[in-house]
Design a protein around this ligand. Sequence first.
Ligand code: NAP
Length: 301
Amino acid sequence: MKKNILVAGATGHLGSMICKALTGQGANVIALVRKESDAGKIESLAKAGATVVGVDFNKNVEIAKACEGIDCVVSALAGLAEVIIDTQSALLDGAISAGVKRFIPSDFCTDYQPLTPGENRNFDLRRTFKGYIDEKDIQATSIFNGAFADILKYNTPILNLKNRSIAYWGDKADWKLDFTTMENTAAFTAAVALEDESPRDLHIASFQISPNMMKESIKVITEQDFNLQKLSDLDEFSANIKKQRLENPSGEQELYAKWQQAQYIYSMFTTQHPLLDNHHHNEIVWTSADEYLRSFLKQVE
Ligand SMILES: NC(=O)c1ccc[n+]([C@@H]2O[C@H](COP(=O)([O-])OP(=O)(O)OC[C@H]3O[C@@H](n4cnc5c(N)ncnc54)[C@H](OP(=O)(O)O)[C@@H]3O)[C@@H](O)[C@H]2O)c1
């Protein structure tokens, strides 16, 4: 029998890809949207085969009704505390009222559990929600995918195509960073949502690449020598980010404030996924570093 999977945050980048992966893997998909959601995005979810259900996330009865007969709820919500803690908790409470057995929270990041609280605001919100869900009678599964590989295209210090530079911190030139494409993350999440039960935590990466390896790969692909540079020690980096955060209080209301972006980079250089669960779904074709780098470096002049 087909499984019924509900996706919250279905209009988002990742959420819409999870919906498509789910329909492709034979699920009945209920895409939960809200009044404010974009009509075009709703239409494309319906076209992809999802049943779109509109709810007021503040009304437990509406969420519980949408969750009736659902095997697993997947949250791909994005936002600050009012979304990751409040809206997600409301979603979880509604799912529990409806007797849903499984819930995948909107983690989709580097495993924050080994990271010191206070080093990454957005991870701290996920840690708080984890505390909430782990007290409840529902099976939770977190998917930790490191960074979305797309960030390699955005001229961050990790890889800056304009400056032809690759940065690292501390003595981490050989530290492997976890990257997963959104396609692989969506396919894996869909496959996990369709299981009867799954481990509490699953770690994945399409590829793991160190700054040194990136320099070598880029040289082979582009025949250009990118400049590998140490920017600072990690303690100094952390102290600097804390200073930036204090000096920019308005960033507390921004999802990706500049200091938050630096916190993500700091997290990537201090936590990694030594053991991957990619094999949990061997049918997924994981994008290699070479394939991913070639997909956009070909255009670098
Ligand atoms: N590891 C990485 O490098 C990385 C990078 C980016 C994102 N992520 C993570 O991936 C997940 C999804 O992110 P995304 O970029 O796909 O997000 P996104 O495109 O911004 O989509 C956010 C979704 O959340 C919904 N939403 C936001 N506020 C809401 C509210 N108050 N009530 C109900 N729904 C609300 C939006 O609905 P509307 O359309 O109605 O606004 C939308 O469907 C998040 O956990 C995010 O942190 C990870």
